[in-house]
Design a binder for this molecule. Sequence first.
Ligand SMILES: [Zn+2]
Length: 134
Amino acid sequence: MKTGNDEVVDLFQDKVSELLLRHRSILDSISKHAETAVRINRAITKSVTDCGCISINARKQHLPAGTSLEECRKYMLSHLEGHLCENCREVIEEEIGNHLFYLTALCNLLGFKLEDIFFKEYEKLKALGYFHLS
Ligand SMILES: [Zn+2]
């Protein structure tokens, strides 16, 4: 029995495998994965256009000449203003959770261990640092 928080990804993947009855076909999981990604973006958009707790104020990013990679963070804008209200945060979090479910379902169907992917990506980020950004 796994119990530690460090194994939550593994526990989650096992549970998704148990529950994956309705979307057993890879085609169902592919389409649900895409649909849930769209629903995350829709929920974020509704936070801007329906609720209004956040707004987007976008413009070209400007970096002063000679800015080092480490200093970039100071000048790069998120284009986001405000803070998610409790309701929007809850909705977006739920949509992200649904997306994780179908991402994990794809991993299960194709024989990937999600924890291994997290670890490999973490190692890659550690090794590449700022240079992983494209
Ligand atoms: Zn809101």
